[in-house]
Ligand binder design. Structure first.
Ligand SMILES: *[C@@H]1O[C@H](CO)[C@@H](O)[C@H](O)[C@H]1NC(C)=O
Ligand SMILES: *[C@@H]1O[C@H](CO)[C@@H](O)[C@H](O)[C@H]1NC(C)=O
Ligand SMILES: *[C@@H]1O[C@H](CO)[C@@H](O)[C@H](O)[C@H]1NC(C)=O
Ligand SMILES: *[C@@H]1O[C@H](CO)[C@@H](O)[C@H](O)[C@H]1NC(C)=O
Ligand SMILES: *[C@@H]1O[C@H](CO)[C@@H](O)[C@H](O)[C@H]1NC(C)=O
Ligand SMILES: *[C@@H]1O[C@H](CO)[C@@H](O)[C@H](O)[C@H]1NC(C)=O
Ligand SMILES: [Zn+2]
Length: 520
C-alpha cells in the first residue's frame, strides 16, 4: 500500500516535471526530435494492398486538439499525429458551404461532390428526387464496390446504424439519407428501395464481408416505433437479418451473425468470410455507457479487431471503413466531454489497426467528414484540465469554460433575461455553478437553435503507408477517393496506370533501340 502511494507520488512529480518543463533545453530537444523525424520521412510507392479509412464524424481540428490535451497535455501526440503525411480537406458540398455527413461521406468514398442529405447519387439528384436517382448514370460507385471489383474483400464498422449517413454511400444510392427503411420512404417515392434493403439485396451490399454497427430497427420489422423521429422502424414484415443468412446459405458462403460481446468474441474468424454484427436497435451507446459484460455492446476497438481478422483472410487485400459516429452525436447534444471521450476511443481503435497491419502494404487514413462549432477559448494555464473554467470574463465577471460552441440547443444556450427595478438585462449563467468536468455538462453556445450544428471548417487528413504522401496540402474532400484508387491501383486507374507504364517502357525501348542503331 505504502509503496503504491510512493510510486504514485513519484509518477505525479515526474509527470509535472515532464509536462510543464519551461527550460530552453526541453524545447530545443523537443524540436530537434521533430526535425530528425521530418528528415527521415520517405515516400512509400508500394501498391496499397489494403486500405483502412477511419472517419471521426464531426471530428474537426479543435476536437482533435482537445482530445490530445485530454489524453496527455498540450505537448502530447495522438498516435495518428505521428503519421508521416497529412493535409486538409475542404468539406463544402455541391450545394452547401456547410455540409452533412451523407454528402461528405459520398465525396470521400465515391469521388464526386453531391447535394446535402443525398447518398451515392450525383448532384443532378436533388434531395427527395426519387425518379432522378433511379437513372443509372447518376449512381456513383464506391471504394467498397471498387475493392470488390478488384478482387479484394470490403466492409465497414460504425458506431451508428449500419444504414446511417456515413456508411450508406459505400453501398447505397438514395435521394434522401432518411430513407433508411421502408416506413420513411414517402408514398411518392415507392419505386425507390430503402437503404437497408439495398444493403442486404443489392450489389455491393450483399457482397460486403463485414457489416458491424447498430440499426436493428431498420433491418427487422417491428410494431413498436422509436420515440425518436429520426429513427425509422421497419414495417413491411421483413426480417433482413434472416434474409442475409438465407442469402449467404443459398450461395454456400461462410458467414457469422453476432449480436453482443460474447458472440463477437467467440465467432470463428478463421472460418468466416461474411460477418454481420448488429448490436443495437439504433445507434450504439456512448463508449463510457456501454455494458462490457458478455451480453453488452462491443467497443469500436472490439469491432475493428474482428473486422480486420475477417478481411485479412483475403489474399488480394481489403478495404475497410471505420466510423466513430458518436463524436458527432455528442457534439450535436453539446456534450463536449463525451465527444472527446469518443474521439479518444477511436484513437484506441486506430492504435489497434496499426498494430494489426504493416505500413509496407496498408494505407491507413484517419480523417473526418466535417467539423462542429467547438472552440477553445480564454487563456487557461498550461496543464489545466481542458474541461475546466478558463476565467471570469472581464466584461461581466462571470466565469466561462475553455470549451464552447458557436450554435447550440436549449441546454447549451445559457443566457437569461434579468429584470431589476426599471432595468432589464441579459445575463450569462455562471459556469462555475456546475461541474464542468462532468460527462453530462453542456458547454455554452452563443446562438440558440434546435441542437448544436455542423461547422464548415476544413478537416485534417492523416495518412501512413503506400502513397500516403498524396495527402500533402489543402485538398478537396472528394480527392480522397481518387488518391486511394491510385494508391491501391483499383478501377480504370489500374488499367490507365499499367497502360501508361507499358507505353513508357515501349517508348524507352524504342529510343534505346534507335540510339543503339544510330551508334552503329
Ligand atoms: C485462427 O488462426 C490463427 C492463425 O492461423 C491461429 O493462431 C488461431 O489459433 C486460430 N483460431 C481458431 C479459433 O482456430
Ligand atoms: C477476395 O474477395 C474477392 C471479392 O469478394 C473474392 O472474389 C475472392 O474470392 C476473395 N479471395 C480470397 C482468397 O478469399
Ligand atoms: C472515456 O471515459 C471513461 C469514463 O471516464 C474512461 O474510463 C475512459 O478511459 C475514457 N476513454 C478514453 C479512451 O480515454
Ligand atoms: C470562477 O471559477 C473559479 C474556478 O472554478 C472559482 O475559484 C472562482 O471563485 C469563480 N469566480 C467567480 C467570479 O465565479
Ligand atoms: C431607472 O431608475 C433609476 C433610479 O430609480 C433612474 O436613475 C434611471 O434614470 C431609470 N432609468 C430609466 C431608463 O428609466
Ligand atoms: C447544471 O446543473 C443543473 C442541475 O444539475 C442542470 O439542470 C443543468 O442542465 C446543468 N447545466 C449545464 C449547462 O449542463
Ligand atoms: Zn452530424
Amino acid at each position: 500500500m505504502r509503496s503504491d502511494l510512493v510510486v504514485t507520488f513519484a509518477l505525479f512529480l515526474l509527470h509535472s516535471v515532464v509536462s510543464l518543463r519551461t527550460d530552453q533545453q526541453y524545447w530545443k530537444e523537443l524540436a530537434k526530435n521533430e526535425l530528425e523525424e521530418a528528415l527521415q520521412v520517405k515516400w512509400n510507392v508500394n501498391t496499397a494492398k489494403n486500405v483502412i479509412i477511419f472517419v471521426g464524424d464531426g471530428m474537426g481540428p479543435n476536437t482533435v486538439t482537445a482530445t490530445r490535451i485530454y489524453k496527455g497535455g498540450e505537448s502530447h501526440r495522438l498516435v495518428y499525429e505521428k503519421f508521416p503525411h497529412m493535409g486538409l480537406l475542404k468539406t463544402y458540398s455541391a450545394d452547401k458551404m456547410v455540409p452533412d455527413s451523407a454528402c461528405t461521406a459520398s465525396a470521400l468514398f465515391t469521388g464526386v461532390k453531391i447535394n446535402k442529405d443525398t447518398v451515392g447519387v450525383d448532384a443532378s439528384v436533388k434531395r427527395k428526387d426519387c425518379a432522378r436517382s433511379l437513372n443509372p448514370e447518376t449512381r456513383l460507385k464506391s471504394l467498397a464496390a471498387e475493392a470488390l471489383s478488384a478482387g479484394k474483400a470490403a466492409g465497414f464498422v460504425t458506431t451508428m446504424r449500419v444504414t446511417h449517413a456515413t456508411p450508406s454511400p459505400l453501398y447505397a444510392h438514395s435521394a434522401d439519407r432518411l430513407w433508411e427503411c421502408d416506413a420513411f420512404v414517402p408514398p411518392a417515392a415507392q419505386q425507390c428501395k430503402d437503404i437497408a434493403r439495398q444493403l442486404i439485396e443489392d450489389e455491393p451490399g450483399r457482397s460486403l464481408n463485414v457489416i458491424l454497427g447498430g440499426g436493428r430497427r431498420t433491418l427487422v420489422s417491428s410494431p413498436d416505433d422509436s420515440d425518436n423521429p429520426w429513427e425509422c422502424t421497419r414495417k413491411d414484415g421483413r426480417n433482413l437479418i434472416e434474409e442475409y443468412k438465407k442469402d449467404k446459405e443459398s450461395r454456400g458462403l461462410k458467414y457469422s451473425v453476432v449480436t453482443n460481446n460474447r458472440e463477437l468474441r467467440s465467432f470463428n474468424a478463421n472460418d468466416t468470410d461474411y460477418l454481420m454484427g448488429i448490436f443495437a436497435d439504433s445507434h450504439l451507446k456512448y463508449e463510457y455507457q456501454k455494458d462490457k459484460r458478455p451480453e453488452g455492446m462491443p467497443s469500436i476497438s472490439d469491432m475493428v479487431e474482428a473486422a480486420i481478422k475477417v478481411l485479412r483472410r483475403n489474399s488480394t487485400g481489403y478495404f475497410l471503413m471505420v466510423e466513430g459516429g458518436n463524436i458527432d452525436m455528442a457534439h450535436h447534444r453539446g456534450r463536449a466531454k463525451v465527444a472527446i471521450n469518443e474521439s479518444a476511443a477511436m484513437e484506441e481503435a486506430v492504435k489497434l489497426a496499426l498494430a494489426m497491419t504493416d505500413e509496407e502494404d496498408t494505407l491507413l487514413i484517419v480523417t473526418s467528414d466535417h467539423t462542429h462549432t467547438l472552440s477553445i477559448n480564454g487563456y487557461p494555464d498550461r496543464g489545466s484540465n481542458i474541461f475546466s473554467i478558463a476565467a471570469p470574463s472581464t466584461f461581466d465577471k462571470v466565469n466561462y469554460t475553455t470549451l464552447s460552441y458557436g450554435v447550440g440547443g436549449p441546454d447549451s444556450f445559457q443566457y437569461y433575461v434579468k429584470t431589476e427595478g426599471n432595468e432589464t438585462k441579459v445575463e450569462r449563467r455562471d459556469a462555475s455553478l456546475n461541474n464542468t468536468d462532468s460527462m453530462d455538462y453542456h458547454q455554452i453556445a452563443a446562438i440558440r437553435d434546435v441542437e448544436n450544428i455542423h461547422g464548415g471548417g476544413d478537416v485534417t487528413i492523416y495518412a501512413r503507408g503506400p502513397y500516403a504522401h498524396l495527402f500533402h496540402n489543402v485538398h478537396e474532400q472528394h480527392y480522397v477517393y481518387h488518391a486511394v484508387m491510385y494508391a491501391a491501383k483499383m478501377g480504370a486507374r489500374s488499367f490507365a496506370h499499367s497502360c501508361a507504364a507499358s507505353a513508357v517502357t515501349l517508348a524507352t525501348l524504342l529510343v534505346f533501340t534507335l540510339l543503339v542503331h544510330s551508334d552503329r
